[in-house]
Design a protein around this ligand. Structure first.
Ligand SMILES: Cc1ncc(COP(=O)(O)O)c(C=O)c1O
Length: 205
């Protein structure tokens, strides 16, 4: 809990959830808002393990990842959206190419479609870049690298900005009663913390 608060403070978020690996953080960040039959968009310039998770493992669960080149025009990226698209994903500095993502462009596009931008900030860390300042809504890290300081422990984290409006009609899992957790609506009960409370109380448990 102390680590979660420190990381949320470093990123300028309102809450976070630590996980057992970076890959677990990424998986939960998507599963929290996507179900079978949904899709999300990801930059192609991301860590190979995440490509594998998105293109193969999530596909088997019925969640489609639509890849777009991060340097594509806004028009091209806009045309990749479908009715069932629930999120946009990218890495601040991509592993291994170290390409720099235009976070503001991706945030603008995601928000025009009323979906959140999830940023993997592993390589930059909040010391070099704070993606919430550029419009990201959710940040994930593999803390196994720089955040750990000595690269001795595998871990991950999901950080919530508290800025995204989950009540726009696209995210019933956050607004409708959750049968698995006392029939509560996360947005009604937890307001700005809805997203991160759901990861903790539903997916992590
Ligand atoms: C950018 C990035 N995200 C996520 C991961 C996955 O993290 P972990 O190895 O902690 O599961 C890695 C691992 O190399 C990474 O480089």
């Amino acid at each position: 809990m102390a680590v979660e608060k420190k990381i949320a403070d470093l990123e300028g978020g309102i809450g976070s959830l630590c996980t057992t690996s970076g890959q677990a953080a990424i998986l939960l960040s998507i599963l929290n808002i996507c179900s079978a039959g949904d899709s999300f968009i990801s930059a192609t310039q991301i860590y190979g393990g995440s490509i594998n998770l998105f293109a193969f493992t999530l596909k088997k669960l019925g969640i489609e990842c639509i890849f777009v080149d991060q340097n594509a025009s806004e028009e091209e990226i806009n045309s990749a959206f479908k009715k069932n698209t629930k999120a946009v994903f990218g890495e601040t500095l991509a592993n291994p190419a170290l390409t720099v993502l235009d976070i503001e462009k991706f945030a603008r596009i995601a928000h025009a479609h009323q979906v959140p931008l999830i940023i993997d900030n592993t390589f930059a860390t909040p010391i070099l870049c704070k993606p919430f300042l550029y419009g990201a809504d959710i940040i994930v890290h593999s803390t196994s690298k720089y955040m750990d300081g000595h690269v001795v422990q595998v871990g991950g984290v999901i950080v919530n900005s508290g800025n995204f409006d989950w009540t726009n009609g696209k995210f019933p899992d956050l607004t409708e009663p959750d049968e698995s957790y006392h029939g509560i609506s996360y947005t009604e009960t937890y307001g700005k913390s809805a997203y991160i409370v759901k990861t903790r109380m539903q997916l992590k448990r």
